[in-house]
Design a protein around this ligand. Structure first.
Ligand SMILES: Nc1nc2c(ncn2[C@@H]2O[C@H](COP(=O)(O)OP(=O)(O)OP(=O)(O)O)[C@@H](O)[C@H]2O)c(=O)[nH]1
Ligand SMILES: [Mg+2]
Length: 351
């Protein structure tokens, strides 16, 4: 009987693919959006490995020069031109920093964008969730306080996965269960990548909206950059909602009539900057890889400090070897049985 991931593991053991490529096989199987699929394919075809290979080769060359110096330590020669080496290390650090920076997008692509829908009871949050999903996912009623626990579901828009979280409406109440729900709403709003604040366009005044937004922002200062204001129930009012809330840059919708939903989706996609994906750059999606990249980065910084402080070459050589070790962890030049077991056990049988 084949074990989980046995075939991919054999391919790895026989050097048909490196570890990051083998991991991409599992990512590919698990991918649930076009973007996740694309990133996994890029990695499986060796895009990431190729990038790391160049870095490693340059470092190896560099390490061998330094180690050569150690052999001739009595003669006090310098084979490795220090200023060239520093330039090289800085270039490698730039690449590593770009890779580490790509993880923000990588994580969004792999895990999806969390979107919390918040607002007062009866604002139409559950109706909006249902409109997004095109199904009766959450219970809708005209009783304020219908949703108590959070209701979550996923939707792929333009190749990116979004996780919508419908929450309990925020209001002052003495109901214990409802209060627990409201607490959970605030937690979800904290964790979310994007917060949609939904309000009833017919009953809200711009003064009230202004006050509630500033209250929200005072709770969480970084909300500004991830807040979308949504004026709902525009079907109920004959007033021009655009004029009424002109200062707020709100999206006007009717969740019930399903109007304005496309505009809202468009607004959502603006939150994800996909240029790196479109340019086919390497995007890191794996926390194991991020840890290794951070390890390599720190070791290389030590090398630079070593040069600055004119430390003996043998000490600098240790940090270079450590950086090589971390880069090798990603591609699997350096592995332990535990690590391999951990990676391949997550595969399904026969893959
Ligand atoms: N006219 C109109 N009514 C709406 C619209 N959206 C929601 N409603 C109605 O508003 C009422 C409350 O809707 P819900 O979606 O349950 O509101 P909610 O924000 O989830 O409320 P809680 O779960 O209690 O916090 C229901 O009777 C909906 O039919 C809309 O766009 N137009
Ligand atoms: Mg609800």
């Amino acid at each position: 009987m084949a074990k989980p991931g046995e075939y991919t593991m054999r391919a790895f053991m026989n050097r048909k693919m490196d570890l990051s490529q083998a991991e991409a096989v599992a990512d590919l199987i698990a991918s649930s959006s076009e973007a996740a699929h694309k990133v996994a394919m890029h990695q499986m075809r060796g895009g990431f490995s190729a990038e790391l290979k160049v870095l490693r080769e340059e470092l190896v060359h560099f390490a061998s020069l330094i180690e050569l110096e150690l052999d001739f330590s009595e003669e006090d020669v310098e084979f490795a031109d220090r200023s060239q080496l520093i330039t090289l290390i800085n270039r490698i650090l730039t690449t590593i920093n770009r890779l580490i920076g790509s993880f923000e997008l990588g994580n969004v692509i792999k895990e999806g964008v969390q979107v919390a829908i918040i607002g007062e009871p009866n604002a139409g949050k559950s109706t909006l969730l249902n409109a997004f999903l095109n199904e009766d996912r959450a219970i809708v009623s005209d009783i304020a306080g219908t949703t108590r626990d959070t209701v979550e579901d996923e939707l792929v828009i333009e190749g990116i996965k979004y996780r919508f979280v419908d929450t309990a409406g925020i209001r002052e109440t003495t109901d214990t269960i409802e209060n627990l729900g409201i607490e959970r709403t605030m937690q979800k709003a904290e964790q979310a990548d994007v917060v949609m604040f939904l309000f009833d366009a017919a009953t809200y005044t711009s003064e009230r909206l202004k006050k509630e937004i500033s209250e929200l922002k005072s709770r969480k200062s970084d909300l500004e950059d991830r807040l979308i204001l949504v004026a709902n129930k525009t079907d109920k009012t004959t007033e021009s909602v655009a004029t009424k809330f002109a200062d707020f840059n709100a999206v006007s919708i009717s969740a019930k009539e399903k109007t304005g939903i496309d505009e809202l989706k468009e607004k959502l996609t603006e939150f994800v900057n996909l240029s790196a994906l479109e340019e086919d750059q390497t995007i890191v999606t794996n926390t194991r890889h991020i840890e290794a990249l951070n390890g390599a980065k720190n070791s290389l910084k030590e090398v630079l400090t070593g040069f600055e402080k004119q430390m003996p070459s043998d000490l600098v050589a240790i940090d270079i070897r450590r950086a090589l070790f971390h880069l090798g962890e990603i591609t699997g030049e350096i592995t332990t049985d535990d690590l391999l077991g951990n990676i391949f056990s997550k595969f399904c049988i026969g893959k």
